[in-house]
Design a protein around this ligand. Structure first.
Ligand code: UD2
Length: 326
């Protein structure tokens, strides 16, 4: 069998940039597609020039068809990832996740792509009390983002069942790591807190800080995607949790960042966020059983790598301009 040729959708995003780097480092011929709706050219620049880049929106059938041409495996990451942003703009969430996925999958099925690994989300579980989350629990989406990501899973199942496209949906829990965008109101909590606290500013916790998340390092997510892509047996639309299987609450997170930065910043508390989930932690036995994947980076190790990144980014910026970090 020929060596796989990959397409990474959303390749200019945070996870996409890391995925691109991993595939290129491992010598795979790779195509990337992005419309820069949330992705950034810097993430492409870091990966160097050894891949083909297509700028465009996957909802356009011509873009999807061009992207899948000659490709055997797809890592489908493109979407607008934010619970609050989807509440502010549900249509954007549906278009960026659902319409783009259906258009891409139709093109991929026609082109004879062998495997699609797509980014699904732990948001699909909703706020049920039962922990840890196992893939056989009934979904309960609380936000348009969660509903869209769940719809992507269903399309993965449907295309696997009736259009000959072998898909697997990995339910990412909370992904973090270097180069996650810290600068928008919709940014994820870890890059936001680290960059604020590096400036000596107090982070804002929505709620009392007892809410917990299963944070997974981005390098592990890229490795999990690749393991799923290369798995030799059909995966037939299965859904698998991709997480560490441990939870950290937000008060602990602030403590850990304070300890690493040698600061003593206490958080400010604001009302809980609409659509927020209280506790999230995965049972990761199924992904271990099905594709043999086990995460390799501990939370503390990942946090330390992430803090190093933002510290360096800040010193470069302050060295240059004496202004804001990152
Ligand atoms: C959801 C999904 C995650 C992924 C992500 C994509 C869950 C459990 N997780 O992440 O799998 O798909 O969406 O965006 O559904 N927070 C603060 N202060 C801040 C920012 C956030 O307190 O300045 C809180 C926020 O209210 C939440 C926690 O931090 O309780 C994590 O928020 P997030 O936006 O980083 O990620 P989350 O859990 O919505």
């Amino acid at each position: 069998m020929n060596k796989p040729r990959f397409l990474v959708t959303g390749c200019a995003g945070f996870i996409g940039g890391h995925m691109l780097e991993k595939l290129l480092a491992e010598g795979y011929e790779t195509v990337g597609v992005d419309n820069f709706s949330t992705g950034k050219p810097e993430n492409l620049a870091r990966a160097g020039g050894g891949f083909k880049f297509i700028e465009g929106d996957l909802c356009d059938p011509a873009v999807s068809e061009a992207a899948v041409a000659g490709v055997s495996h797809i890592i489908h990451l493109a979407s607008v990832p934010s619970v609050p942003r989807s509440i502010a703009n549900p249509g954007e969430s549906m278009r960026s996740s659902v319409l783009s996925t259906v258009t891409l999958f139709a093109a991929a099925a026609k082109a004879g792509v062998r495997r699609v690994v797509q980014a699904a989300s732990s948001a699909a579980y909703g706020d049920g009390e039962k922990l840890p989350k196992t893939e056989d629990m009934p979904p309960a989406p609380l936000s348009p983002y969660a509903a869209s990501k769940l719809a992507q899973e269903y399309y993965g199942m449907a295309f696997s069942a009736s259009l000959g496209l072998d898909c697997v949906s990995l339910r990412y829990f909370n992904v973090f790591g270097p180069r996650q965008d810290p600068g928008s109101e919709y940014s994820a909590v870890i890059p936001k807190f680290i960059t604020l606290m590096l400036e000596g500013r107090r982070p804002t916790i929505f709620g009392d800080g007892s809410q917990s998340r299963d944070f997974i390092y981005v390098g592990d997510v890229a490795a999990g995607n690749l393991a799923a892509a290369l798995h030799p047996e059909a995966l037939r639309g299965q859904v698998l949790n991709l997480a560490r299987g441990e939870r950290i609450d937000l008060n602990q997170l602030v403590e850990k960042i304070n300890a690493a930065l040698k600061t003593g910043l206490s958080p400010v508390h604001a009302p809980p966020r609409t659509g927020d989930i209280l506790h999230s932690v995965a049972d990761i036995s199924r992904i271990g059983r099905v594709i043999g994947f086990v995460p390799a980076v501990s939370f503390d190790e990942g946090l330390s790598l992430t803090i190093d990144h933002y510290r360096k980014a800040r010193s470069v910026r302050t060295g240059e301009k004496g202004t804001n970090p990152c």
